[in-house]
Design a protein around this ligand. Sequence first.
Ligand SMILES: Cc1cc2nc3c(=O)[nH]c(=O)nc-3n(C[C@H](O)[C@H](O)[C@H](O)COP(=O)(O)OP(=O)(O)OC[C@H]3O[C@@H](n4cnc5c(N)ncnc54)[C@H](O)[C@@H]3O)c2cc1C
Length: 382
Amino acid sequence: MSPLADSRGDVLSRAQALADEVAPQAGHFDREEALPREVIQRMADEGFLGAMVPQAFGGLGLDPLEYGDLTEIIGKACSSTRALLTVHASLVAETLAKRGSDELKAKYLPDLASGRKLACFALSEPQVGSDASSVRTTYRREGDSYVINGRKKWISFAGIADLFLVIASDEGAVTAFIVERSMGGVSTHPMTGLLGSRAAHIAEVEFRNVVVPAENVVSRVGVGFSFVANTALYYGRYSIAWAGVAVAQAALELMCTYATTREQFGQRIGSYQLVQGMVADSVVKVNAARELCRRAGRLRQANNMDAVMETNVAKYFASTVARDVTDAAVQVLGGNGCWNEYPAERLFREAKVLEIIEGTSQMQQIMIANHGFKKFGRRTRG
Ligand SMILES: Cc1cc2nc3c(=O)[nH]c(=O)nc-3n(C[C@H](O)[C@H](O)[C@H](O)COP(=O)(O)OP(=O)(O)OC[C@H]3O[C@@H](n4cnc5c(N)ncnc54)[C@H](O)[C@@H]3O)c2cc1C
């Protein structure tokens, strides 16, 4: 067991200490559009980059509920720092731990858990978003290797990543590969000016005749969407659901603090019932979102089949709550809510992004409705 895994017990207090360091700098990271290496290293030093990686590979081996609490604490402080948990720790490392061969796990998981190598998840493309199984990035077999060509877009941490979990297709046979930047033929182009996740080193990626050894196929050829990308998105959605709770909780605390100090018409604005209505609705929504996340986490912990759908429910609801509550925070702060000297406008932007990533709200609605028809629909005559 690694020394990090050994100290798993106090994960949340260490997360809170890191969050306290990072929170005052989150606005600066957002303006600079770059998360500093030192923050990534701090996350690595605490073992958080291997949050869900089994202890046998040097990870913390957290359970889903512990991971949720960790994500809320870090996400409340800084969305781009939290994105490391979503992307590196969950979409890639956790997926590899679940779907990778023993050889692939031994080859990469210790480096991912320790943060010696940083990873990103490369699914979306310029022409391919919600319809994710129709990726146009191609692979072809050549001897003991595969050759990958194509472009990816919006890839969080691609600007600085060492490893890419790439989803590619050979005439519809979708396969997942671990690609190392050092294999050659990989170039990244930073994307700036984004609404949220501005510090998450988001980039476009180009793969030009990248030669990948056959052993770097994750799971099997042809199951890269059904078995690998879907697993990654399931883990990613769970993370984003908690990210929604985090952003909403931060906005709630901000509006409550502001409403108890700001005075208008000779009274604190928190004494006005219309402001109290916004606070009350926000408290209820945040509590409800957190409980849905916990429910999804408990089901997952129990290996219950409903966990996947309840994760979609939690992601859809929590991201909507994050948007609503950050909207209320901007409203309570008035002009100051529209100014980047206060965090409300950043939280508002971060919340909106959560309704788009890991499957848009419309994609969640479609999956939830299909589930609803199956589960609650009754046979009727005619
Ligand atoms: C900040 C940020 C970070 C990201 N990080 C990553 C990353 O690390 N890795 C990665 O692979 N991708 C990443 N993405 C991409 C993200 O996953 C996609 O943006 C998302 O899946 C939506 O795809 P799209 O943007 O192409 O929208 P589209 O799929 O073009 O959708 C546009 C609109 O049409 C709606 N729509 C589409 N199809 C339907 C339908 N059948 N029914 C109803 N409505 C529909 C959508 O809901 C949406 O409202 C990131 C994006 C952002 C903004």
